[in-house]
Design a protein around this ligand. Sequence first.
Ligand code: FAD
Length: 318
Amino acid sequence: MAEVLVFVDHVDGAVRKPTLELLTLARRIGDPVAVSLGNGAADTASALAEHGAVKVLTADAPEFGEYLVAPKVDALQAAYEAVSPAAVLLPSSAEGKEIGARLAVRIGSGIITDAVDLEAGDEGPVATQSVFAASFTTKSRVSKGTPVITVKPNSAPVEPAAAAGTVEALAVTVADSSKGTKVVSRTPRESTGRPDLTEAAIVVSGGRGVNGAENFPVIEALADSLGAAVGASRAAVDAGWYPHTNQVGQTGKSVSPQLYIAAGISGAIQHRAGMQTSKTIVAINKDEEAPIFDLVDYGVVGDLFNVVPALTDEVKTR
Ligand code: FAD
């Protein structure tokens, strides 16, 4: 079976969920060979093997931490040349998309970004995308070179599948030209204890209807009762009620959770662009004519200040 390179997103050896989802998709089109780079790379091997990686190529070098993405592109290119894969899969994070795009240029391939599904096809993997603010669903395949495909988090289930996961050291030479942009400092974000917005299985978002920063704890309480991330519409962010890092939409983050709950959000096209691929959508809005009700699976017409706390209480009793 053809091998498929999977770029591993991990934090000091802890593999992040989008990579495990990539392994599920990679198994549909071939044998996954994981490429794990940086501090703790070797520690990722067992989790990757438990999710179907037949081989894990690891490399650590100070350059991976000292510079922006280019040294990782050198490493992924080295893996590509060693394996000659049928496809290269990366998570659709900012880093994943930049590494994927740079690799595609170097190897003369086409790239598909933000896929939400992947299947085997007669002429190569076929990727499903949700485009034009989620107005259309397209299926496409790369027609030039080895397909490089980035996949949005939450697009596939995490499925354990035992595999050999043989660890091999990847020989990487970081080119001088890849040392152009140096990282001068890193400031970790203060943790809220909630899941990452783009990876969360459940997202609860608040909009202008929340009517003030002082009311966002109502949204946070529901999120916490569900183990969810908190999102916000641009109206709420622009008003300074919630941080921009939590904005969902065209100019914010794109999310695809199992469950998206929108409270006090009208459903503007730019907001939909960031959440319309959610598997189940629930809206709470006091205006029964709000456009968000056109796309929901479940809608509640009512005041969020009554509905959301009642929902939170109900969830807590379960
Ligand atoms: P509104 O449209 O004002 O809707 C508020 C809703 O709350 C109403 O439907 C109202 O009925 C309801 N409501 C009020 N009080 C209550 C209550 N007590 N209980 C229940 N419901 C209540 N928007 C984004 O969200 N993300 C983006 O990334 C984004 N990018 C943009 C990019 C561009 C280039 C442009 C032009 C716009 C962008 N926007 C984005 C803005 C977008 O067009 C909308 O203005 C915005 O989404 C509206 O936010 P909202 O739904 O919270 O507010």
